[in-house]
Ligand binder design. Structure first.
Ligand code: PMP
Length: 375
């Protein structure tokens, strides 16, 4: 098998799975229980939270555990609009956000909120001047992800955050799901940040919302005691410990892993450029882990299934988006042909160069074959 879909999800690391099993066996007490088993479980959660906070450079009380980035994004958006009811009703975002940001915003539009979409430049980057123009006394929230999951294009979140610091009433949320574990993030200029463990060799079903302590939030989920008042329910101790483990592992060699992926990326792009019909949609602002290409004249899904026959796995649009062509590629290129034939190859430090050599050989054969059939 050649797995080139790491941005859709990753296979859990063995150490992460071991932590999950061990904690489930040894610390099965309810952290809310007053007896010894409860306090042991509670202490383990505190230790995990402390590790996560130290790694990310945030405060322990700023960590809210969620079921993943989808819940974190929803908690951030709805939590803020319910909490700051006397502020404005405008939200600024980009057309390139994940569906777990865009769909809540579309729903808010039906409730009378005004959603303003930022213009992007020819490289897919947020136009800072446009952001300044769109900010108004009515702006409550700005939500911009750090990395677009389809193209890998990285926004300058720090620069955006610094601009927004000059507007103290505006809250800045960033979905950092595609960044975490791949590169270090400075949370100093972000008020709210969401991510999921499944993208960095952790388990599905656990994620975080980082909420700066000065931001108030009405929870989405009300109920019994948890690790914070912002998300009720018995804390998922084994998942929390596994998240801390995944983060520790990801940060241990984060620079080395990044450098390895950069090399793989250069090799891949060099080889892809040799195929006449391949158009590379990712650009120099893209994280090396994501290479988005379009194969002119070949429908994305046709190629995906042709590669699947050879046990090679990659993505068309992000696994979470709806049917049709890729909105991200269309936004970036303005070309429907490119947008309907785009494929996302996503790499990891676990990817071997030999896998890319085999992938390229098969890709070339498939392109020739499919183009012949279509002639
Ligand atoms: N945001 C981004 C940028 C993502 O890539 C994903 C996962 N595809 C999510 C949010 C949602 O994560 P989850 O499904 O784990 O909630």
């Amino acid at each position: 098998m050649i797995y080139l879909d790491y941005s859709a999800t990753t296979k859990p690391d063995k150490g992460v799975l071991d932590t999950f099993v061990e904690v489930s066996n040894r610390y099965f007490g309810n952290p809310n229980s007053l007896h010894k088993l409860g306090s042991e479980a509670k202490n383990l959660i505190s230790a995990s939270t402390s590790q996560i906070a130290t790694i990310l450079g945030v405060k322990e009380k700023e960590i809210i555990y969620t079921s993943g980035a989808t819940e974190a994004n929803n908690t951030a958006i709805f939590g803020v609009i319910r909490s700051y009811t006397t502020r404005g009703k405008e939200i600024i975002t980009t057309p390139l956000e994940h569906s777990s940001v865009l769909e809540p915003l579309k729903y808010l539009e039906t409730l009378g909120y005004k959603i303003k979409y930022l213009s992007l430049d020819q490289n897919g980057l947020v136009d800072i001047e446009d952001l300044k123009r769109k900010l108004s006394d009515e702006t409550l929230l700005v939500s911009i992800s750090s990395i677009n999951s389809e193209t890998g294009i990285r926004q300058n979140v720090e620069q955006i955050g610094k601009v927004l610091k000059e507007y103290p009433k505006v809250i800045f949320h960033s979905d950092v799901t595609q960044s975490i574990g791949k590169e270090k993030i400075n949370f100093d200029f972000i008020d709210l940040a969401s991510f999921s463990a499944q993208k960095f060799y952790g388990l599905k079903g656990i994620g975080c919302l980082i909420k700066k302590e000065y931001i108030s939030l009405i929870p989405l989920i009300h109920g019994g005691k948890s690790t914070t008042i912002y998300r009720s329910g018995t804390p998922a101790i084994s998942l929390i410990a596994s998240l801390a483990k995944a983060l520790r592992l990801a940060y241990t060699n984060i620079e080395e892993n990044y450098a390895k992926v950069e090399k793989l990326n250069s090799f891949l792009i060099h080889e892809l450029k040799k195929i006449e019909d391949v158009h590379i949609n990712s650009n120099r602002y893209s994280i090396p882990n994501i290479v988005n290409i379009s194969i002119l004249g070949v429908k994305a899904e046709t190629m995906l299934h042709a590669l699947e026959e050879e046990d090679i796995y990659l993505s068309t649009k992000t696994a979470c988006s709806g049917d049709g062509y890729s909105l991200a590629i269309y936004t970036l290129t303005g070309d429907k042909n490119l947008a309907s034939s785009s494929l996302r190859i996503s790499l990891s430090h676990l990817t071997e160069k030999e896998e890319l050599v085999v992938f390229m050989k098969i890709l070339k054969e498939k392109v020739d074959h499919l183009k012949k059939i279509m002639e």
